[in-house]
Design a protein around this ligand. Structure first.
Ligand code: ADP
Ligand code: MG
Length: 246
Protein backbone atom coordinates (compact mmCIF):
# COMPACT_ATOMS: atom_id res chain seq x y z
CA UNK A 1 0.00 0.00 0.00
CA UNK A 2 0.99 3.63 -0.38
CA UNK A 3 0.79 5.88 2.65
CA UNK A 4 1.13 9.59 1.95
CA UNK A 5 1.63 11.66 5.07
CA UNK A 6 1.75 15.45 5.41
CA UNK A 7 3.03 15.98 1.88
CA UNK A 8 3.90 19.58 1.03
CA UNK A 9 5.28 20.94 -2.25
CA UNK A 10 5.98 24.62 -2.73
CA UNK A 11 6.57 26.41 -6.04
CA UNK A 12 7.50 30.09 -5.91
CA UNK A 13 6.27 30.39 -2.31
CA UNK A 14 2.88 28.86 -3.28
CA UNK A 15 1.89 25.65 -1.50
CA UNK A 16 0.75 23.56 -4.45
CA UNK A 17 0.34 20.55 -2.14
CA UNK A 18 -0.47 21.68 1.37
CA UNK A 19 0.07 19.04 4.05
CA UNK A 20 -1.73 16.26 2.21
CA UNK A 21 -2.32 12.81 3.71
CA UNK A 22 -4.00 9.80 2.12
CA UNK A 23 -3.65 6.00 2.19
CA UNK A 24 -4.02 4.08 -1.05
CA UNK A 25 -4.95 0.46 -0.46
CA UNK A 26 -3.72 -2.46 -2.52
CA UNK A 27 -6.02 -3.31 -5.40
CA UNK A 28 -7.85 -0.03 -5.51
CA UNK A 29 -8.21 2.48 -8.30
CA UNK A 30 -7.71 5.77 -6.51
CA UNK A 31 -8.48 8.85 -8.59
CA UNK A 32 -7.26 12.33 -7.88
CA UNK A 33 -9.75 14.67 -9.47
CA UNK A 34 -9.58 18.43 -9.73
CA UNK A 35 -9.27 21.45 -12.01
CA UNK A 36 -6.15 22.23 -14.04
CA UNK A 37 -3.21 23.63 -12.13
CA UNK A 38 -4.34 22.25 -8.80
CA UNK A 39 -1.31 20.00 -8.21
CA UNK A 40 -2.45 16.63 -9.57
CA UNK A 41 0.63 15.99 -11.70
CA UNK A 42 2.79 17.33 -8.88
CA UNK A 43 1.26 14.70 -6.59
CA UNK A 44 1.81 11.80 -8.95
CA UNK A 45 5.39 12.88 -9.75
CA UNK A 46 6.15 13.12 -6.03
CA UNK A 47 5.08 9.51 -5.53
CA UNK A 48 8.02 8.30 -7.62
CA UNK A 49 10.17 11.26 -6.67
CA UNK A 50 10.46 12.83 -10.08
CA UNK A 51 10.16 16.04 -8.09
CA UNK A 52 11.35 16.77 -4.55
CA UNK A 53 8.59 17.74 -2.12
CA UNK A 54 9.48 20.12 0.72
CA UNK A 55 8.22 17.82 3.46
CA UNK A 56 6.17 14.75 4.27
CA UNK A 57 6.57 11.07 3.60
CA UNK A 58 5.45 8.66 0.91
CA UNK A 59 5.68 5.13 2.24
CA UNK A 60 5.47 2.40 -0.39
CA UNK A 61 5.15 -1.06 1.14
CA UNK A 62 6.84 0.19 4.30
CA UNK A 63 9.63 2.15 2.63
CA UNK A 64 9.66 5.96 2.50
CA UNK A 65 10.79 6.95 -1.00
CA UNK A 66 11.38 10.54 0.15
CA UNK A 67 13.97 9.26 2.64
CA UNK A 68 15.83 7.15 0.07
CA UNK A 69 19.39 8.49 -0.08
CA UNK A 70 20.90 7.06 -3.25
CA UNK A 71 19.70 6.79 -6.82
CA UNK A 72 19.91 3.01 -6.33
CA UNK A 73 17.48 3.13 -3.38
CA UNK A 74 15.08 5.40 -5.29
CA UNK A 75 15.26 3.08 -8.30
CA UNK A 76 14.43 0.13 -6.06
CA UNK A 77 11.14 1.76 -5.10
CA UNK A 78 10.48 2.98 -8.66
CA UNK A 79 10.72 -0.58 -10.00
CA UNK A 80 7.31 -1.21 -8.44
CA UNK A 81 5.68 1.51 -10.55
CA UNK A 82 4.43 1.89 -14.06
CA UNK A 83 3.83 5.45 -15.22
CA UNK A 84 1.60 6.60 -18.06
CA UNK A 85 2.72 10.16 -18.70
CA UNK A 86 0.27 12.91 -19.58
CA UNK A 87 2.21 13.60 -22.78
CA UNK A 88 2.54 9.92 -23.70
CA UNK A 89 6.29 10.47 -24.11
CA UNK A 90 7.02 7.78 -26.71
CA UNK A 91 10.30 7.96 -28.60
CA UNK A 92 9.69 8.72 -32.28
CA UNK A 93 13.13 7.39 -33.20
CA UNK A 94 12.30 3.92 -31.83
CA UNK A 95 9.71 1.50 -33.19
CA UNK A 96 6.79 0.16 -31.18
CA UNK A 97 8.45 -2.85 -29.53
CA UNK A 98 11.58 -0.86 -28.70
CA UNK A 99 9.36 1.71 -27.00
CA UNK A 100 7.43 -0.91 -25.03
CA UNK A 101 10.61 -2.54 -23.69
CA UNK A 102 12.63 0.65 -23.29
CA UNK A 103 12.63 0.63 -19.48
CA UNK A 104 13.44 -3.04 -19.00
CA UNK A 105 17.20 -2.62 -19.04
CA UNK A 106 16.94 -0.14 -16.16
CA UNK A 107 14.21 -1.85 -14.18
CA UNK A 108 14.85 -5.60 -14.58
CA UNK A 109 17.53 -8.23 -15.26
CA UNK A 110 15.51 -9.74 -18.10
CA UNK A 111 17.81 -10.71 -21.02
CA UNK A 112 17.37 -8.78 -24.29
CA UNK A 113 16.37 -11.90 -26.25
CA UNK A 114 13.09 -11.93 -24.33
CA UNK A 115 12.13 -8.32 -25.08
CA UNK A 116 10.23 -8.93 -28.30
CA UNK A 117 8.14 -11.69 -26.64
CA UNK A 118 7.35 -9.37 -23.71
CA UNK A 119 6.45 -6.55 -26.11
CA UNK A 120 4.05 -8.82 -28.01
CA UNK A 121 2.41 -10.06 -24.79
CA UNK A 122 1.93 -6.58 -23.35
CA UNK A 123 0.67 -5.18 -26.66
CA UNK A 124 -1.85 -8.00 -26.81
CA UNK A 125 -3.07 -7.09 -23.32
CA UNK A 126 -3.87 -3.58 -24.55
CA UNK A 127 -5.56 -4.94 -27.67
CA UNK A 128 -2.81 -4.32 -30.22
CA UNK A 129 -1.39 -7.04 -32.46
CA UNK A 130 1.11 -7.11 -35.32
CA UNK A 131 2.34 -3.57 -34.80
CA UNK A 132 5.68 -4.36 -33.11
CA UNK A 133 7.73 -3.02 -36.01
CA UNK A 134 5.62 0.04 -36.79
CA UNK A 135 6.98 3.54 -36.31
CA UNK A 136 5.37 5.75 -33.68
CA UNK A 137 4.35 8.39 -36.24
CA UNK A 138 2.28 5.75 -38.06
CA UNK A 139 -0.04 5.39 -35.05
CA UNK A 140 -3.23 7.24 -34.11
CA UNK A 141 -3.47 9.11 -30.80
CA UNK A 142 -5.46 6.29 -29.20
CA UNK A 143 -2.95 3.67 -30.33
CA UNK A 144 -0.07 5.74 -28.97
CA UNK A 145 -1.76 5.82 -25.57
CA UNK A 146 -2.14 2.04 -25.69
CA UNK A 147 1.52 1.57 -26.62
CA UNK A 148 2.45 3.86 -23.73
CA UNK A 149 0.26 1.72 -21.47
CA UNK A 150 1.95 -1.46 -22.72
CA UNK A 151 5.26 0.16 -21.85
CA UNK A 152 4.01 1.15 -18.39
CA UNK A 153 3.19 -2.49 -17.58
CA UNK A 154 6.22 -4.09 -19.34
CA UNK A 155 8.11 -4.76 -16.08
CA UNK A 156 5.01 -6.12 -14.28
CA UNK A 157 4.66 -3.27 -11.80
CA UNK A 158 2.59 -3.56 -8.66
CA UNK A 159 1.40 0.04 -8.98
CA UNK A 160 0.53 2.16 -11.97
CA UNK A 161 0.23 5.92 -12.19
CA UNK A 162 -1.96 7.40 -14.90
CA UNK A 163 -1.68 11.13 -15.60
CA UNK A 164 -4.72 12.39 -17.57
CA UNK A 165 -5.07 9.10 -19.48
CA UNK A 166 -8.02 10.26 -21.60
CA UNK A 167 -6.97 13.83 -22.36
CA UNK A 168 -6.79 14.59 -26.07
CA UNK A 169 -8.47 11.35 -27.11
CA UNK A 170 -11.68 11.02 -29.12
CA UNK A 171 -14.65 9.48 -27.22
CA UNK A 172 -14.12 5.97 -28.63
CA UNK A 173 -10.39 5.86 -27.84
CA UNK A 174 -11.20 7.36 -24.48
CA UNK A 175 -13.65 4.52 -23.70
CA UNK A 176 -11.05 1.95 -24.76
CA UNK A 177 -8.56 3.43 -22.31
CA UNK A 178 -11.16 3.56 -19.53
CA UNK A 179 -11.89 -0.15 -20.04
CA UNK A 180 -8.19 -0.98 -20.16
CA UNK A 181 -7.51 0.78 -16.86
CA UNK A 182 -10.25 -1.34 -15.28
CA UNK A 183 -8.92 -4.49 -16.94
CA UNK A 184 -5.35 -3.85 -15.76
CA UNK A 185 -6.65 -3.49 -12.22
CA UNK A 186 -8.77 -6.64 -12.39
CA UNK A 187 -6.61 -8.99 -14.49
CA UNK A 188 -3.18 -7.95 -13.30
CA UNK A 189 -4.24 -6.85 -9.79
CA UNK A 190 -2.41 -3.58 -10.30
CA UNK A 191 -3.08 -0.85 -7.76
CA UNK A 192 -3.81 2.32 -9.68
CA UNK A 193 -3.56 6.03 -9.07
CA UNK A 194 -5.34 8.04 -11.74
CA UNK A 195 -5.01 11.78 -12.05
CA UNK A 196 -7.67 13.55 -14.09
CA UNK A 197 -9.90 16.56 -14.57
CA UNK A 198 -12.30 14.25 -16.48
CA UNK A 199 -15.29 13.73 -14.20
CA UNK A 200 -16.77 10.95 -16.33
CA UNK A 201 -13.53 9.01 -16.14
CA UNK A 202 -13.29 9.52 -12.38
CA UNK A 203 -16.88 8.47 -11.69
CA UNK A 204 -16.64 5.41 -13.97
CA UNK A 205 -13.42 3.73 -12.87
CA UNK A 206 -12.63 4.67 -9.32
CA UNK A 207 -12.80 2.71 -6.12
CA UNK A 208 -12.38 6.07 -4.39
CA UNK A 209 -11.95 9.65 -5.55
CA UNK A 210 -9.93 12.34 -3.83
CA UNK A 211 -11.02 15.83 -4.86
CA UNK A 212 -7.94 18.05 -4.88
CA UNK A 213 -8.59 21.74 -4.53
CA UNK A 214 -6.23 24.55 -3.49
CA UNK A 215 -3.57 22.15 -2.30
CA UNK A 216 -5.87 19.99 -0.16
CA UNK A 217 -8.11 16.96 -0.51
CA UNK A 218 -11.44 18.59 0.22
CA UNK A 219 -13.24 15.23 -0.03
CA UNK A 220 -12.14 11.60 -0.33
CA UNK A 221 -15.02 9.28 -1.05
CA UNK A 222 -16.56 6.59 -3.27
CA UNK A 223 -17.91 7.77 -6.66
CA UNK A 224 -21.49 7.28 -5.40
CA UNK A 225 -20.89 9.59 -2.44
CA UNK A 226 -18.93 12.10 -4.52
CA UNK A 227 -21.89 12.36 -6.92
CA UNK A 228 -24.08 13.36 -3.99
CA UNK A 229 -21.48 15.53 -2.30
CA UNK A 230 -22.67 18.40 -0.17
CA UNK A 231 -19.36 20.25 -0.54
CA UNK A 232 -19.83 23.25 -2.80
CA UNK A 233 -16.55 23.01 -4.75
CA UNK A 234 -17.14 19.30 -5.46
CA UNK A 235 -20.73 19.90 -6.61
CA UNK A 236 -19.69 22.83 -8.81
CA UNK A 237 -16.84 20.87 -10.39
CA UNK A 238 -19.12 17.96 -11.31
CA UNK A 239 -21.94 20.16 -12.58
CA UNK A 240 -19.68 22.35 -14.68
CA UNK A 241 -18.11 19.33 -16.34
CA UNK A 242 -21.49 17.90 -17.29
CA UNK A 243 -22.62 21.23 -18.75
CA UNK A 244 -19.37 21.41 -20.76
CA UNK A 245 -19.81 17.90 -22.17
CA UNK A 246 -23.31 18.63 -23.48
P1 ADP B 1 -2.33 19.84 -12.55
O1 ADP B 1 -1.64 18.57 -12.93
O2 ADP B 1 -3.40 19.65 -11.52
O3 ADP B 1 -2.86 20.59 -13.73
P2 ADP B 1 0.33 20.69 -11.75
O4 ADP B 1 0.70 19.75 -10.67
O5 ADP B 1 0.94 20.45 -13.09
O6 ADP B 1 -1.25 20.80 -11.85
O7 ADP B 1 0.75 22.16 -11.33
C1 ADP B 1 0.27 22.75 -10.12
C2 ADP B 1 0.77 24.17 -10.01
O8 ADP B 1 2.17 24.20 -9.86
C3 ADP B 1 0.45 25.02 -11.23
O9 ADP B 1 0.10 26.31 -10.79
C4 ADP B 1 1.75 25.06 -11.99
O10 ADP B 1 1.88 26.24 -12.73
C5 ADP B 1 2.78 24.98 -10.87
N1 ADP B 1 4.00 24.29 -11.30
C6 ADP B 1 4.08 23.02 -11.77
N2 ADP B 1 5.34 22.68 -12.05
C7 ADP B 1 6.09 23.78 -11.77
C8 ADP B 1 7.50 24.09 -11.84
N3 ADP B 1 8.37 23.18 -12.27
N4 ADP B 1 7.90 25.31 -11.45
C9 ADP B 1 7.01 26.23 -11.00
N5 ADP B 1 5.69 26.01 -10.90
C10 ADP B 1 5.23 24.82 -11.28
MG1 MG C 1 -1.37 17.71 -14.82
Amino acid sequence: MIEVKNLTKIYDSKKVLNDISVDIENGEIFTIMGPSGTGKSTFIKSVIRLIEPESGSIIVDGKDILKAKSEFEIQNVRKNFGYLFQEGALFDSLNVWENVTFGLKYLTDIPKEKYIRIAKDKLKLVGLENIEYKKINELSGGMKKRVALARAIAHNPKYILYDEPTTGLDPISSDIIINLIKEMAEKLKITSIVVTHDVKLALTISTRIGMLFNGKFIEVNTPEKIKESSIKEVKDFIETSFIESK
